[in-house]
Design a protein around this ligand. Structure first.
Ligand SMILES: [Mg+2]
Length: 236
């Protein structure tokens, strides 16, 4: 009897299962507004992105690093004169992000339920540990995942370690996510299958070009087609 070709399905979390980037955009708009007397919006956005990039290796991905980067940028653009109430507002924006109710994306609940019935599903995400644990708990999807992997970064090496831990050769693993750079390309490079489900909003530091004509690369408009795609991949 032929073995099922997909033994494990990995799911990205932010902007794949639930909304995330939209809240970053709202906080960034608040940030721009608070500092409008000190910098133009476009210039401020570029400065913030630069600071975030510089800090990624120190703080990692997530809300806490984002807030620290906003504060650092505010200090820079005001030449050290940013008023304490502005910093207090930025901290409040961060706290609100960490308390934001979970909003599942369309078709996520039913798709994850369907697939969990006959595949081990693993949540594979970056971000702040506490925040990702909270979001998974509040999503109500926690019980459907056989494993949860919160990584400091998503690289071929970290995916390889995840697949190893779950005893799955990479060519029997599928990863589903909204980011070509983080969710798809590293998994394709290991010999796995990548399913890109684009989200309208993408973080500037998480962009990459799609692979062209790759046999293990798939793209879906929404999560609605995923269960059928898994079947199709299994039959080929
Ligand atoms: Mg994502």
């Amino acid at each position: 009897m032929p073995r099922h070709p997909i033994d494990l399905i990995g799911f990205d979390a932010d902007d794949t299962l639930w909304q995330n980037e939209a809240y970053f955009r709202l906080s960034q708009a608040r940030f721009s507004d608070l500092l409008k007397d000190h910098a133009e919006t476009d210039d401020l956005a570029a400065r913030l992105l630069q600071v975030e990039k510089r800090n990624l290796g120190r703080y990692g991905f997530g809300v806490k690093g984002f807030v620290l980067s906003m504060i650092e940028t505010a200090i820079e653009v005001t030449q050290g004169r940013v008023p304490a109430p502005v910093i207090a507002e930025l901290l409040a924006a961060g706290r609100e992000m960490l308390e934001q109710p979970i909003e599942l994306l369309p078709h996520v609940q039913s798709t994850v339920e369907t697939l969990a019935a006959d595949h081990p599903l693993v949540l594979i995400t970056k971000g702040d540990l506490l925040d990702q644990e909270r979001k998974l708990a509040q999503s109500g999807l926690g019980g459907l995942f056989a494993g949860v992997e919160i990584l400091s970064d998503k690289t071929p090496q970290t995916y390889s370690q995840v697949f190893d831990r779950h005893g799955t050769p990479p060519d029997r693993a599928m990863m589903v996510g909204n980011s070509l750079k983080s969710d798809i390309l590293p998994v394709l490079s290991l010999g796995g299958t990548g399913v890109h489900v684009p989200h309208g909003l993408s973080w500037a530091l998480d962009l990459a070009d799609p692979p062209e004509g790759h046999p293990r690369f798939h793209q879906l408009d929404s999560m609605a087609g995923l269960a059928d795609l898994v079947k199709t991949v299994a039959d080929t």
